[in-house]
Design a protein around this ligand. Structure first.
Ligand code: HEM
Ligand code: HEM
Ligand SMILES: [Fe+2]
Length: 477
């Protein structure tokens, strides 16, 4: 992780820099999650030092930001492979990286140092915009737009100059939509319904449309790179997935418009299209596992005939990408489908069930494949031809997966209790909320969430250690 020794392209070196910041932010995300989880059990913990709302905010902002960093890293890393060219404008691309990293650091320091105070117009500009997941103040928003424009120009100009593969075409179109949507989260209206309406354009249309398409492109690239899968087949799948993801995800947005004061026709639109969202996730699941199995079959047949075969050349990356296929389907597809119909959502809305889905979906759909890309980066940077799982790689993937699944189960149980007691039985009022919060099912679940969070964190330590050492160990052999 610390070397770029075997990378020819500036683009890939820049990609590695993005990965390095991403992994640090991932660690920070988990630490802040642990603080928030402790505060659920002992509310006085770090009171007036690092309050729950701030710990929670940094937890989820760091989540989004590390993922964005890892996504930019992945694009810069794959760009020369796909286009056959060095990135156009490497110098300004590097400058943008440092500007973005410095801005993120300042934003987080301000979050930590200014935790309370009046909410004025200047607060929105300088401290915190107050929109969950994208709380960065407006000065940083504008900076982000500038950096993203530079990034997009890097990608687009390189694409126009080099080979235009299907994967790159999908990425170039998708990144434009992804970046454009960020603008919807920058306008302020003092009508909370309108504010939420636009805010969901960013949150939902990111994770359930543009980010998913992005992941499809990464998986396609990964399968070609790791398995030597046939490009025509992988790209054919990719186009089908793009069609289905946009077909269901865009109007699936309606599942957030059930109870915020938008017209009632959103019940039907949201129910129908969001119920279709798991379909492309099944396709992505089948795609990865089918291609993997098929390649293995080909190889065995070829090996029997004494031909040379292209073996899996990076088992940690392949492990995380295969986990992505399962995790995306489970976290987004199944846990998402559970609460997506208005008839169900009226009971589950905003309970710990939502948090269960949020954790498993973000982890399964995004953390996994981005970690896989980091392993691909480390492989290239350290010049290892065939990278195999070490003991640390195995501990990392096992403990992190077990930990996140454990947290998900605990939160699902807590959510179930809220649905039955707080909502169905007691009618969902203020008192009902507090009664439900203090029942044993809830308090025990919060204890388990913390325990499983610690397991996740230990897994992260193994992951970091592995990423730092695996290139070196393998290159020495
Ligand atoms: C990878 C994709 C996905 C991610 C990362 C994700 C993440 C999240 C997160 C973090 C929330 C909570 C937002 C908040 O703070 O209020 C949420 C809410 C929700 N998600 Fe997803 N989601 C994904 C896919 C899906 C899919 C495919 C479905 C449906 C089939 C779905 C259905 C829902 C619903 C209905 C809510 C609203 C919950 C409520 O009313 O409280 N999600 N999602
Ligand atoms: C050390 C492990 C972790 C712990 C202890 C932890 C703990 C927490 C806590 C206490 C909250 C606030 C919940 C609330 O307000 O009720 C939260 C929110 C959240 N966390 Fe984590 N977390 C951890 C890891 C992760 C990971 C790995 C991801 C995703 C990859 C993640 C994604 C989220 C999301 C999306 C939310 C907002 C959920 C919502 O509002 O529905 N967390 N987490
Ligand atoms: Fe959604």
């Amino acid at each position: 992780m610390l070397t770029n020794a075997h990378l020819k392209y500036e683009s890939q070196k820049l990609g590695m820099n993005y990965f390095r910041v991403a992994i640090v932010l991932f660690g920070a995300q988990l630490l802040l999650g642990l603080v928030a989880a402790i505060q659920f059990i002992w509310p006085g913990f770090l009171f007036e030092v690092l309050d729950f709302n701030v710990a929670r905010m940094i937890h989820i902002n760091a989540l989004v930001v590390w993922m964005v960093f890892a996504m930019l890293g992945a694009v810069y890393y794959m760009l020369p492979d796909e286009t056959g060219e060095e990135v156009v404008g490497a110098g300004i691309g590097k400058l943008a990286f440092w500007v973005l990293t410095a801005a993120v650091t300042v934003v987080v320091l301000v979050y930590i140092f200014i935790q309370v105070g009046p909410g004025k117009e200047s607060t929105i500009w300088l401290i915190n915009e107050g929109r969950e997941y994208i709380e960065a103040p407006r000065w940083a928003d504008i900076g982000i737009v500038v950096v993203v424009l530079i990034f997009y120009w890097n990608v687009f100009a390189t694409y126009m100059k080099g080979r235009r593969t299907g994967i790159m075409t999908v990425l170039v179109a998708d990144l434009l939509a992804l970046a454009g949507l960020y603008l919807a989260g920058m306008f302020f209206t003092d009508n909370i319904s309108m504010d939420q309406y636009w805010w969901w354009w960013v949150i939902h249309l990111w994770v359930e449309a543009t980010w998913e398409v992005f992941v499809g492109a990464l998986a396609a690239y990964g399968l070609i790179k790791i398995l030597g899968a046939k490009r025509e087949i992988v790209e054919m799948w990719l186009w089908i997935e793009v069609l289905m993801l946009f077909g269901s995800g865009i109007l699936g947005l309606g599942h957030h418009y059930f109870w915020i004061g938008t017209p009632e026709y959103w019940w039907e639109i949201g129910a129908l299209f969001s119920a279709l969202e798991p379909v492309p996730l099944v396709a992505m699941f089948v795609h990865v596992l089918y291609d993997w199995g098929k390649e293995q079959g080909h190889k065995e047949a070829k090996a029997l005939e004494g031909e040379e075969v292209h073996a899996v050349n990076n088992t940690p990356a392949m492990g995380w990408i295969a986990l992505n296929a399962f995790g995306n389907f489970l976290g987004a597809g199944i846990w998402g489908f559970f609460h997506t119909l208005p008839q169900v959502n009226i009971y589950t809305h905003g309970t710990q069930f939502t948090a269960a889905h949020g954790h498993l979906a973000f982890f399964g759909a995004y953390a996994t494949i981005l970690i896989g890309m980091m392993y691909l980066g480390v492989q290239g940077a350290s010049g290892v031809k065939k990278m195999t799982m070490t003991f640390k790689s195995k501990m990392a993937i096992t403990l992190i997966t077990f930990g996140v699944l454990g947290m998900t189960v605990a939160l699902t149980i807590a959510g179930y209790e809220q649905v039955l007691v707080e909502r169905a039985d007691l009618g969902g009022g203020w008192d009902a909320y507090f009664i439900a919060q203090n029942l044993t099912w809830m308090t025990q679940a919060m204890g388990w969430r913390l325990a499983m969070g610690v397991v996740t964190f230990v897994g992260f330590v193994y992951l970091l250690w592995d990423l730092l050492t695996i290139g070196k160990v393998e290159a020495d052999q």
